[in-house]
Design a binder for this molecule. Structure first.
Ligand code: AMP
Ligand code: GLY
Length: 420
């Protein structure tokens, strides 16, 4: 089987790695991939906004199944486009991708199907938003509607802050804003919860806890994710049941009522308050870096899983998990998430000896004349799976020290709530 993977981050290198280890996969192409994927797959240079070009390349390379990693092409409808051209794809269609593409779409679905979420209001202009905010208790959360790479969310401690947020959003900071979402601040602990679905049936696909803030102790600016561990320390059978019955099932029913279904990975960003789940947001893809911690724990052949989904027979697949836990530390470019330099050489990465159950997944890297350079804010993911998260974290830090990349920085406290 020939597989195509769309995307170029750590998540896509992890997907590529586990598909590569399947005996059913003959060749993988990454669109466009990174330095890490270039060692195990063929990178195809392509503009991800140009679906026509992607389709032509997929056809010419005779790719059997395409796996879409990031949200942007999904929200833009790449699945519908490729399926119309008779290409098999793993990922949700454009309507279902609204779960991530529009926070207001998701909130309305929550309201209709009584899915637990923060209380909210939707406002169509600055004046109405401010009239409402004047009467609110703080903190409060102000959100732009569309995709904003994790930046369209403002946690506001005062009216003044919320006024600034409303102002920025309606002045086009995240594109043309017709509506704004204002919601209650929920105090609890976050959890990333995943399912995989073939459009008819679904299975739980693990949980993780990521650390989005740039500084230790979960302080500082929001990032794409500085590290994660899996499973989440909050996971338990009773909570799983509540999440599936109160959040996942009614969401899938809502999509069914819209005459569609969900195929692919669905990632529920939850706030857990006293063992009660509330939906904060949906993502229609795997999390990054959550994916890098979850895939190493899957024992079932990953190509069989993808194949079962694409062919709508996930119910007959036995999904097996390792009892081990995993942790991922992200090595970033100094300055991230603000200004940072690219094209800094990463020396001797190929000389690092990786023990069993250890992985280095590339994210923002590229290769030129056999030399690896940084090419983004989040550069490398160090992942260790074992029975002891503290030892795993120490090992990951040790690998980062061996690499000794002078332009890098990372958080030493990933998993601090579970690692005493
Ligand atoms: P989102 O992009 O919707 O996931 O929001 C980004 C981050 O903002 C989340 O991961 C939470 O940490 C925080 N957040 C969003 N909504 C709320 C809320 N209603 N209450 C508390 N924190 C929130
Ligand atoms: N780790 C957060 C995300 O993938 O959106």
């Amino acid at each position: 089987m020939k597989i195509g993977i769309i995307g170029s981050g750590g998540r896509e290198h992890a997907i590529c790695t586990f598909l590569k280890s399947s005996s059913k996969v003959d060749k993988i192409f990454c669109f466009p991939g990174n330095a890490g994927t270039s060692f195990i797959a063929e990178n195809i240079d392509v503009n991800l906004d140009n679906f026509e070009e992607i389709k032509e390349k997929i056809k010419n390379l005779k790719i059997d199944i395409v796996v879409v990693g990031p949200e942007k092409p999904l929200v833009d409808g790449i699945v519908d486009f490729l399926e119309k051209n008779e290409i098999k794809v793993f990922g949700p269609n454009k309507i279902s991708s609204q779960l991530e593409g529009s926070k207001i779409f998701t909130k309305k679905l929550c309201e209709k199907y009584k899915i637990p979420t923060a209380n909210f209001g939707i406002f169509e202009n600055e004046e109405k938003s401010l009239n409402f905010l004047e009467k609110c208790k703080f903190p409060i959360v102000v959100k732009a509607d569309g995709l904003a790479s994790g930046k369209g969310v403002y946690i506001c401690d005062s009216f003044k802050q919320s006024k600034l947020a409303v102002n920025e959003i309606f002045n086009g900071k995240f594109g043309d804003a017709k509506e704004i979402l204002i919601e209650e601040f929920l105090k609890g602990e976050e959890m990333s919860f995943f399912i995989i679905s073939d459009g008819r049936n679904y299975k739980k696909f693990g949980s993780a806890q990521d650390h989005k803030r740039v500084l230790e102790g979960d302080k500082g600016k929001n990032t794409g994710g500085m590290g994660a561990y899996s499973p989440s320390r909050l996971e338990n059978k009773e909570l799983d049941k509540k999440i599936l019955e109160r959040i996942i099932d009614p969401t899938l029913k809502g999509l069914k009522d819209l005459n569609t279904n969900f195929k692919g990975f669905l990632y529920a960003g939850l706030m857990i308050v006293d063992n009660e789940p509330y939906l904060i947001e949906y993502n229609v893809r795997m999390g990054d870096p959550e994916c890098q911690t979850i895939l190493p724990r899957v024992k079932t052949d990953f190509a069989d899983i993808i194949n079962a989904c694409v062919n709508e027979n996930l119910s007959s697949l036995n999904l097996e998990w390792s009892n081990k836990k995993s942790i991922c530390i992200v090595l970033c470019s100094k300055g991230y998430p603000d200004k940072f330099e690219n094209n800094i050489e990463i020396k001797s990465i190929d000389q690092i000896k990786l023990p069993e159950d250890s992985y280095i997944f590339h994210a923002g890297t590229k290769i030129d004349n056999s030399i690896i350079y940084s090419n983004g804010g989040r550069v490398l993911n160090f992942v260790i799976k074992s029975t002891n998260l503290k030892e795993s974290r120490d090992q990951a830090i040790n690998l980062i020290k061996i690499l000794n990349w002078e332009n890098g920085f990372f958080r030493k406290d990933i998993g601090y709530k579970i690692i005493k």
